[in-house]
Design a protein around this ligand. Structure first.
Ligand SMILES: Cc1cc2nc3c(=O)[nH]c(=O)nc-3n(C[C@H](O)[C@H](O)[C@H](O)COP(=O)(O)OP(=O)(O)OC[C@H]3O[C@@H](n4cnc5c(N)ncnc54)[C@H](O)[C@@H]3O)c2cc1C
Length: 414
């Protein structure tokens, strides 16, 4: 099989590696729009469900060495009061780690393995896919240079569009989708070097509804002086969306005032924000789930197939799961067109469920529930507001839909 992969992001790179591991593909070529691979993005979470797949590709040690493994997940009110804490990742009994790392580090590890395993000549930059065509036998991809000049078209047996949230291939099949769905929240994201807080490997989620924040470490001993590199994301209700661009710089004055009195005995949030090395903004946008992804010899994968709210740490993880599933199906199905259909049947329903769940019941429902019952005031006794069992049920229900509950991840692959 001769496979064309469009997009050298997390999904496209993982697919190239997973296809290579099956030994089924005669040729795998990845075409990436960017002329050069720059270190882009900040923190990204890869849960145990996706790490299981990356471990099978032999990448666990390298990824663990460049990341942080959270040990617990703690929820706080906007007054800094702890409401719920659970062990997380391996501490929760997972066989594979949950890691948090700089996206450029993830990209570097994946890209290094791709160049080594499929050959540097098969990772082709400066090729923006502008459209696809197919007949019964072959698929043809058309390309342009970054400046718009046309490049020679390429043919293959199958084409997998891993071209991200602004997917050109998706637009070809769904030309009337219109703008992204904006649900009235913008994110401001940053990284700050900071002394260890809570357990030193905690994910902290603070606040409810109109303004929340999540903080987690990406690296331990980042500066050789024992400090963490912390990733933080502020989410605030807003009427107008910021641009849908992963690399859009954010302005302090647009969100800092909301957090300037969030000073707790375990974290000085305003100082954390002020000391950031880099601040980016991004809107909470997604798209409605699609009725189909596979069209003959072409399919969609990752954000091109199911753009979801960037929360719950699932955008990258679901792209990795798509890639691993598709590679397994290419191995078990003799007919590649049947494999693409089987992949759609396996992955479209669960990812659609996550898209919807992220809209209606994101993980911070725990604190939302507490703040609704207290009217947003400090509580004296948490047990008068909510039980541990109720919070555990909310937390576990999100993990199950997101696909990283311990019982799900421990099942055999495929
Ligand atoms: C620059 C960038 C920074 C990001 N930063 C973060 C972050 O800080 N935190 C986080 O959680 N997530 C971040 N993400 C998103 C996250 O990586 C993805 O949501 C997730 O990994 C899904 O993977 P994907 O492969 O579907 O898409 P992506 O990882 O977004 O990859 C898509 C790739 O396709 C390429 N491409 C786009 N259009 C074309 C085309 N027409 N032809 C050829 N190639 C094309 C893009 O250049 C990109 O390399 C970022 C994504 C990008 C592209």
């Amino acid at each position: 099989m001769d496979a064309i992969v469009i997009g050298g992001g997390i999904g496209g790179l993982t697919l190239a590696l997973a296809l290579h591991a099956t030994g089924k593909a005669r040729r795998i070529r990845v075409f990436e729009a960017a002329a050069e691979m720059r270190a882009l993005g900040i923190g990204i979470n890869i849960g145990a469900h996706a790490m299981k797949e990356l471990s099978a590709l032999g990448l666990e040690d390298e990824l663990v060495a460049t990341s942080c493994q959270p040990q617990d997940y703690a929820f706080f009110t906007r007054h800094g009061q702890l409401v719920y804490r659970e062990p997380f990742g391996k501490a929760a009994g997972h066989q594979w780690p949950h890691i948090a790392l700089l996206r450029p580090d993830l990209q570097r590890v994946l890209l290094g393995a791709v160049r080594e395993r499929i050959g540097p000549e098969n990772f082709i930059t400066g090729h923006r896919c502008t459209g696809v065509e197919q007949n019964g036998e072959r698929v043809t991809a058309h390309f342009a240079e970054p400046d718009g000049a046309a490049l020679p078209s390429q043919q293959g047996d199958v084409l997998i569009a891993c071209d991200g949230i602004h997917s050109a291939v998706r637009t070809q099949y769904y030309p009337d989708e219109g703008p992204f769905k904006f649900r009235g929240f913008n994110l401001w994201r940053g990284v700050t070097v900071h002394k260890p807080f809570l357990t030193g490997a905690s994910i902290a989620r603070i606040g409810a509804r109109h303004a929340t924040m999540i903080i987690y470490p990406l690296r331990r001993n980042y500066d050789g002086q024992g400090n963490l590199l912390l990733n933080w994301v502020c989410e605030i209700e807003r009427e107008v969306a910021v641009p849908v661009d992963w690399n859009k710089p954010g302005r302090l004055e647009d969100f800092y005032p909301t957090y300037q009195d969030w000073v707790f005995d375990w974290m000085d949030v305003p100082a954390l924000i002020r000391n950031a090395e880099q601040i980016l903004s991004y809107p909470m946008v997604d798209r409605d789930p699609l009725p189909r992804w596979s069209f003959g010899r072409v399919t969609l994968l990752g954000d091109a197939a199911h753009p979801m709210y960037p929360q719950g740490g699932n955008g990258g993880a679901q792209a990795i799961l798509d890639a691993a599933t598709l590679a397994r199906l290419f191995q078990s199905e003799a007919d590649p067109v049947a494999a693409l259909k089987a992949y759609e049947a396996a992955r479209l329903p669960p990812t659609s469920k996550i898209v919807v769940q992220n809209r209606t019941a994101p993980p911070n429902v725990i604190v939302d529930t507490v703040e609704q019952r207290t009217g947003g005031r400090r509580f004296d006794r948490l047990e008068d507001v909510i039980s541990q069992d109720e919070m555990k049920a909310i937390f576990e229900s999100y993990q199950k839909v997101a696909g990283y509950h311990v019982q799900q991840v421990s099942r055999p692959q495929g």
